[in-house]
Design a binder for this molecule. Structure first.
Ligand code: AMX
Length: 435
């Protein structure tokens, strides 16, 4: 069977040709206007990035290459027939645009396990932080320590020609993806389980192994982890973590440096930290009323209380989506199948009925519907992963599977340093005809 690197090596020259041709023949084609609103409004709607792995349609949500989440669930190999898509299969799809066979996915799982050796100093770097340091701070520290083994940095210092940059980038990205679960699980066990470490199990796939190292072996939890990692992997290029990784890699910073930066963006409450905020908020509702079984009026009052105190409703709204996030929907389907009577799941379902009309009434929220983070916490909590301060680390591990492939393509396509033009306030006013 053909391995991932061989598949990729065949695709690289063909893609290089396509990009060269596009630039040469259509370099001046306009893709849209840049408005003052865009400059002041976080560049929403400005098409400005190339991202191969996935694209988000405002109504339909994510497509990994050309595949929706239900397509992936139907078509990509799972751990067993009809199982959730394996993260290894998503990695293959994002990198090559092709659907791998079960044999290819199994051999990729084996390859990732064989790359997963962690140098001792990475654990020591984490140990230098107090146990109470936020899990994301510990995670970024671990990733920075892994950077010591960057193949790209070594190759660059050795004078590798530009045309081959993508090869050590491939090595770094694959090593990074392979090593993250061990680092991430170490942080969890250190923080919450008295440092009792569980080693990797060589018979398990990527998602299952991560769950296992965290301390969870319930087959349903293993399936949820496979789904969780698959759906959190990629969400086109403009979200804060993906865009940060791409940007930081453009001056030829290696994948570890780029990904550590991405994690620091993911750690913000309006981005990846929202999953932590959601479970905390749900728990605060239960604490307020003494039970998750509350009336619509009580819930509505609580939501207004949250908004009146100047906070956002976590897990709702999105920069691009204008509909319910399909990543929310597939988690809801998983919950309906496996934990329909869980009181917190039922509360999440009720929140979905009550929040959107309230946000809509505010008149300013562009998307009142739930995003991916509105649902993940109650599922993790149900399977015993109750420490919400850890949740963003799970998101971070998954995001490497989306970011890694793009960093490889960035180097394969020779994309240059990212350096957009900025403008002063005076200049902006002058451009608008204001003196
Ligand atoms: N609750 C309350 N107010 C909200 C809101 C929410 N869930 N979503 C948006 N708004 C408000 C904004 O704060 C903004 O108010 P302002 O003009 O007074 O500052 C106004 O509505 C317009 O915002 P928008 O154009 O609809 O959203 P955006 O593109 O600027 O921001 C997002 C998108 C996700 C940051 C925002 O919806 C939000 O803060 N949501 C809650 C946090 C969250 O769930 N984040 C996770 C997103 C997914 C992810 O990255 N993991």
């Amino acid at each position: 069977i053909r391995d991932l690197f061989s598949e990729l090596r065949e695709l690289v020259p063909e893609h290089q040709e396509r990009v060269k041709k596009l630039r040469k023949e259509h370099g001046s084609v306009e893709l849209g206007k840049i408005t003052v609103d865009m400059v002041l409004g976080g560049m929403r709607g400005m098409t400005a990035l190339l991202w191969l792995g996935s694209a988000v349609d405002p109504d339909e949500g994510i497509r990994f290459r050309s595949m929706t989440i239900p397509d992936c669930q139907k078509t990509l190999p799972g751990a067993f027939p009809g199982g959730e898509p394996l993260p290894e299969a998503v990695l293959w799809l994002l990198l090559t645009g092709k659907i791998p066979s079960k044999e290819q996915v199994d051999s990729l799982a084996q390859e990732l396990r064989s790359r997963a050796t962690i140098p001792d100093y990475a654990y020591k770097a984490i140990d230098a932080l107090p146990v109470h340091a936020h899990a994301m701070t510990q995670f970024t520290t671990g990733v920075m320590a892994l950077q010591v083994q960057s193949e790209f940095q070594k190759a660059y210092e050795g004078g590798i020609p530009k045309a081959r940059y993508w090869e050590p980038t491939y090595e770094d990205s694959m090593n990074l993806i392979a090593r993250l679960p061990s680092i991430a699980a170490y942080i969890y066990r250190r923080k919450y389980k008295d440092g009792k470490i569980i080693p990797m199990d060589d018979s398990l796939d990527y998602g299952a192994n991560y769950a296992h190292m965290l301390g969870f072996d319930d087959p349903e939890m293993l399936e949820f982890m496979r789904l969780y990692i698959s759906i959190h992997s990629d969400h086109e290029g403009g979200n804060v973590s993906s865009h940060t990784a791409h940007l930081v890699a453009t001056p030829l910073s290696d994948p570890y440096l780029a990904f550590a930066a991405a994690l620091n963006g993911l750690a913000g409450p309006l981005h990846g930290l929202a999953n932590q905020e959601v479970l905390r908020w749900i728990r605060s509702i239960v604490a307020e009323f003494g039970t998750p079984d509350i009336s619509t009026e009580q819930l509505s009052d609580y939501i207004h209380k949250t908004l009146n105190s100047g906070q956002v409703v976590p897990g709702y709204g999105h920069g691009v989506l204008r509909n319910t996030d399909p990543r929310y929907t597939c988690q809801r389907e998983f919950a309906l199948k496996h934990l329909p009577n869980d009181p917190l799941f039922q509360l999440v379902s009720k929140i979905k009925e009550v929040v959107p009309p309230i946000l809509t009434k505010l008149g300013k929220v562009k998307n009142p519907w739930p995003n991916v983070d509105a649902h993940s916490g109650v599922l993790l909590n149900y399977y015993g992963l109750t420490e919400e301060n850890y949740y963003t680390v799970l998101f971070g591990v998954a995001r490497s599977i989306g970011v890694g492939p793009q960093l490889i393509w960035d180097r394969a396509l020779g994309l240059p340093l990212e350096r957009p033009k900025s403008v002063t306030l005076e200049k902006l006013e002058a451009l608008c005809g204001k003196s």
